[in-house]
Design a protein around this ligand. Structure first.
Ligand SMILES: C[S@@+](CC[C@H](N)C(=O)[O-])C[C@H]1O[C@@H](n2cnc3c(N)ncnc32)[C@H](O)[C@@H]1O
Length: 274
């Protein structure tokens, strides 16, 4: 049996609808990834064509939400990829902390908050280890994402037990309530500021950043969107500021001139001076 030809026009009409009606710039995401995720939703609803699925979205707002959820891929965990966080704690945060003046960190694509709260715990521990807790008053972790549902969860700052699977027990016990869902301590909540931002169309939330973590996000964007985004990251960082990407992400093309490699295995880079 021959496979049915791919309905390119139908696919484009659907992604245009998603962008126009929900402000999710689907055109900038990798097609393969979008197609797989849309196919999952279409199968779940027993719909065979893109045209039928567009009609379904028109009459079923809950399905539109489910689709956006599927497209934004909100999978995350506290201390995800522990080795990366060990490296961040050992080298990146001490270097950021050694700078004078206010310290601003950006967790870009923060999903439901596990990444910025991991950063907050490590930063707080850094302040305690250096006996400079008062400096935390000048520190901020800006947590941004495009997905409103995830941002609401990030604001709540409570996490289910499975989110802690990779976090060292001592950090969990020190910074999160014992009762489930475990709530981040007030000292951490004071550090984290949650805000909606589209990485593809909005400017960074601040300039002069010491560190940007953008993990498991860039991989979903098509190549033409990645270059300008990495340029915006470069410009928002202080010279020598750090960029941490996800374990399977890397710098492509021109972006390799904007950053030097600090730790290739853990995808840690530093803005070159220029
Ligand atoms: C797989 S999660 C990564 C979460 C976290 N950084 C981590 O590594 O565990 C990807 C996140 O990127 C967000 N995202 C996707 N496109 C985005 C965009 N254009 N602007 C901002 N966030 C976006 C999604 O909503 C999702 O929360």
């Amino acid at each position: 049996m021959m496979a049915a030809p791919f309905d390119e026009a139908g696919f484009r009409a659907l992604t245009a609808k998603i962008s126009a009606e929900r402000g999710f710039g689907a055109a900038n995401y990798k097609d393969g990834c979008l197609r797989r995720r849309i196919a999952v939703r279409m199968r779940a609803r027993g719909v065979g064509t893109y045209a039928e699925y567009r009609e379904l979205l028109d009459r079923d707002a809950a399905e539109f939400e489910q689709l956006l959820d599927a497209l934004t891929i909100n999978v995350t965990k506290l201390y995800r990829d522990a080795e990366v966080w060990e490296a961040v704690a050992a080298t990146v945060l001490p270097a950021c902390w050694a700078r004078t003046g206010p310290l601003t960190i950006w967790s870009a694509g923060c999903a439901s908050g596990e990444e910025p709260y991991t950063l907050a715990a490590l930063l707080h521990r850094q302040a305690e280890r250096t006996a400079q807790p008062e400096r935390l008053a000048d520190a901020r972790i800006l947590a941004t994402d495009i997905d409103r549902g995830s941002l609401a969860a990030a604001r709540a700052a409570t996490f289910a037990a499975h989110a802690f699977a990779e976090m060292p027990p001592a950090l969990t016990a020190r910074y999160f309530s014992a009762a489930e869902p475990r709530r981040a301590a007030d000292e951490l909540r004071a550090l984290v500021h949650v805000e909606r931002r589209d990485l593809l169309s909005d400017p960074p939330p601040a300039q002069g950043l010491a560190l940007i973590t953008c993990r498991n996000v860039v991989i979903y964007f098509d190549r033409p969107s990645q270059g300008p985004l990495l340029q915006r990251f470069h410009d928002a960082l202080v010279p020598g500021g750090y960029l941490v990407l996800g374990k399977v992400e890397t710098l492509l093309g021109e972006a390799r001139r904007l950053f030097e490699v600090v730790d290739a295995r853990n995808r840690i880079f530093r803005r070159v001076a220029a």
